[in-house]
Each structure stands twice: as C-alpha cells, then as structure tokens.
Design a binder for this molecule. Structure first.
Ligand code: XLS
Ligand code: CA
Ligand code: CA
Length: 440
C-alpha cells in the first residue's frame, strides 16, 4: 500500500498537555462520555471533494495544493485519491466519508463513459472500505459544476437537462446503495434563480418536487433504506436558492407531501449565510422532527460567502452539540467536515492539522455540552420561564380549552400583566455557559 502522507503519523489522543501537533488533545475516540463513546457521539466524516479534490483555486487564482497524488491518467488519479482518502481515515480514526459522484471519478466524454468510470472505481472503494472497516455516511450527485446545469438541474428550463440530472441521480443512488451509504443528500446547488424576469418560479418548484419524488421512489425500489437529506443554503452559486433555510425547506416538503422522506443536512456556513445562527437552524430542524446530519464547518463573519473553513470556534461547536444531544444524538447522519484548509495552507500536513483542529473543537464542544446538560441550570431556567403554561389559564391555552371569550374574561379580570413578567437573564446565562466551559 502506498504511503501518501509519510510525514504524518497515526494521530492518537495524547491529552490536553500534549505538545505533539499530530495528536488529539480532546478527542479520545473510545472515551465514554454521557453514555456513549466520543466516536459514537460525533460520527466524523471526511468530505471527499475538499479533502481529495479541492486544490485551492479561487476566482483570482489557480490551485496551490496538488491533489493528483502522483497520478497522471484520470482513473489512476481517481484510484490514488481513494487510497489517500483511506489513509487519512485511518490516520485520523475517522469512520465515515461522503462524496459526490464526480469526486470519486471524473466525468468522461459521454454519460455512458462516465458511468463506466464509476463502475470501475466503486468496487475499488468497496474493497478499501472492507479492509479499513470504513463506512459511507452519504452520497450525492454533483448537478451543479458542469455547464449543462447553468440554468439548474431539476429546475432547469429544458426538460433535456431535467432528464440528464435524473439519469445522473439514478446512478448516484445506485452507487450509494452499492457502498452501503447510510444517507443520500440533495443540495440544490443551482436550484434557484438569478432573476425572476426570466423565471417561471411555480413550474421550477413543481419540477424540483417531481425530481425528488422520482429519486426517492427509485432509491427505495433498489433497496435504499437510509434517510434522504436536503441541505439548505440561501444563495451561492445562484442569487436565490429555493432551499433557502430549514424553514423554507420544511414548507416546500410539506407543500409537496415529501416531508416523510426527508431530514435536514444542516451546514454551519449556510446557516450564517441565511442570517441565522447554526444553532437556530439545528433547533428548527430538531423541533420539526427533521434533524438529520451536519456539514461541520464555519464561515467568516466579515465575509459574505461560503468560506467552508474548518470549525474551530468552540462556543459554536458547544451550542451545536447541545442541539445534537437534545435531538437524542445522531441516530443516523454525522459530522461531515465540509471544510477546506485555506488556500495558503497548501501542504499535505495541513490537511491533517485542519482535521485535528476541527475534531478537537467538536470534542470540546461535546464535552462542554454534556457538562451544560449535567449541570442542569440552563434547562431549569428555560423550564421555569415557561412554567406558567403548566397550570391555570396557561394549561387551558395548551389544552385548547380556553376560548377567545375565556381569555378576554381572564384578561379583564386580571388587569395589567406587567407585574407577572420576569427578567430573561440573557447575560447571566451567557456567563453561566462561559463559566461551565472555562471551568479551571
Ligand atoms: C456547497 C455544499 C455542497 C454540499 C454537497 O456549498 O455545501 O458541498 O454539501 O453537494
Ligand atoms: Ca455542505
Ligand atoms: Ca458550504
């Protein structure tokens, strides 16, 4: 077996005092915390596209990192990427990976040639998965990079493009099933519009739902038992994307009767692009029974685009893990690092530094979230804040017993309600979180 990363050792937990940059300080995969091992809680995944394919290109410059892994012919490069991927998974003790169809094998001249390339690489990956005991968290189809998708895929104005996308998704579902994928993601990369002047929004939305319905039914017919996920994002690449945020996606799914088949794949950076916090999007998914999987990364608050940075903000990872724990943990899905090292961090070692940073930030987040729950004061505060709904008029509102006339009679009799109110104690709670996180 080739060693693509000879300068990087197997990364192990060495504790917070370790001076070894290739060690985990907080992520101890087998440590039991809050009833499960950290490995089971966090279900980390490597994103194939950023890690094995992304070379650091941006609008102003070409790549800075070489991701050919010593190969030249397209399928040789594809095989080397797969080998490199499994070396990364092994060295970092990561159990899962995620890919787009086009990440694992490049497109050929025709759809048949492209499919043949997939048929060649999939058994190769399957073999590596068996040997390394690794799993596919989810698969997806890249229906956004090729110029044919300039006007969208399911929402394209041409039925020819709709058909091409359907064919591509059909194959992506087949390879996901073949590799035992636990989920299947739809990210509407170009399912949106640039201007309403040329757009039939109603037809586009109907067609998007039609494509999803076809795909869901086909997946089930070939034995896909996992969850389908929609990954909301408000903009980029299109000016306005239909899967704007969790709330818009829920409304869309319900309108078209698709809600039973889908959960959300919430991405941190997409949440902030939609002017929400990551925690907001996770909460919205959770309370609607749609919490599924997470694309773990972070954006930069000073930039208005999708920077896909490795997550290092521990406050954010803590609030995220609090939502995950409240959702009952990952029963499916996991934390996929949809993140890339910065363009200037172009060496192979940087891939590992980036993953270690992200994994340790989430390990800390998990530790702190468990601490916050075990401490109980935050939950107790919220519980008490709404305790008025437990009895009296509050209980009647909840049960539906109170009519508008009852409420009017109650209010007339009660007089002003200002003296019932209590402080929201935001600063006290923020400090409580800090105190629990930074307990010395
Ligand atoms: C892009 C998305 C994409 C999806 C999968 O912004 O995050 O990478 O996760 O297609
Ligand atoms: Ca993503
Ligand atoms: Ca992103």
């Amino acid at each position: 077996m080739k060693d693509f990363f000879p300068s990087v050792p197997v990364v192990r937990y060495e504790g917070p005092k370790s001076g070894n940059p290739f060690s985990f300080r907080y992520y101890n995969p087998e440590e039991n915390i809050g009833g499960k091992s950290m490995r089971e809680h966090l279900r980390f995944a490597v994103s194939y596209w950023h890690t094995l394919c992304g070379e650091g290109t941006d609008m102003f410059g070409s790549g800075t990192a070489d991701k050919s892994f010593g190969g030249t012919a397209p399928m040789e490069v594809a095989r080397n990427k797969a080998l490199a991927c499994f070396e990364i998974l092994d060295k970092l003790s990561i159990d899962y990976f995620c890919f787009h169809d086009r990440d694992i094998a490049p497109e050929g001249e025709t759809l048949s040639e492209t499919n043949a390339r997939l048929d060649e690489i999939v058994p190769f990956i399957q073999d590596l998965m068996k040997k390394g005991n690794k799993k596919l968290l989810w698969g997806t189809a890249n229906c956004f990079s090729n110029p044919r998708y300039m006007h969208g895929a399911g929402t394209a104005c041409n039925p020819e493009v709709f058909a091409f996308a359907a064919a591509q998704i059909k194959k992506a579902l087949e390879i996901t099933v073949k590799l035992g994928g636990e989920g299947y993601v739809f990210w509407g990369g170009r399912e949106g519009y640039e201007t309403l002047l040329n757009t039939d929004m109603e037809l586009e939305l109907d067609n998007l739902a039609r494509l999803l319905r076809l795909a869901v039914d086909y997946g089930r017919s070939i034995g896909f038992k996992g969850f389908y996920y929609i990954e909301p994002k408000p903009k980029e690449p299109t000016k306005h994307q239909y899967d704007f945020d969790v709330a818009s996606v829920l409304a869309f799914l319900r309108r078209y009767g698709l809600e039973k088949d889908f959960k959300m794949n919430v991405e941190a950076n997409h949440a902030t692009l939609a002017q929400h916090s990551f925690q907001h999007e996770l909460r919205m998914a959770r309370i609607n029974g749609a919490f599924g999987s997470i694309d773990a990364n972070q954006g930069d608050m000073l930039l208005g685009w999708d920077t896909d940075q490795f997550p290092t903000n521990v406050y954010e990872t803590t609030l995220c893990m609090l939502e995950v724990l409240k959702a009952g943990g990952f029963t499916h899905g996991g934390l996929n690092f949809d993140a890339k090292a910065r363009r200037g961090s172009f060496t192979h070692e940087d891939i590992f530094h980036a993953y270690i940073a992200g994994m340790d930030a989430f390990a800390l987040g998990l530790r702190f979230a468990v601490r916050i729950i075990e401490d109980g004061r935050l939950d107790e505060f919220v519980e008490k804040r709404y305790s008025g709904y437990k009895n009296g008029i509050g209980a009647d509102i909840i049960s539906g017993k109170a009519t508008m006339a009852d409420l009017e009679a109650y209010a007339l009799n009660k007089g002003d309600v200002l003296d019932c109110l209590e402080s929201g104690r935001q600063e006290y709670l923020e400090n409580l979180i800090n105190n629990l996180m930074f307990e010395l």
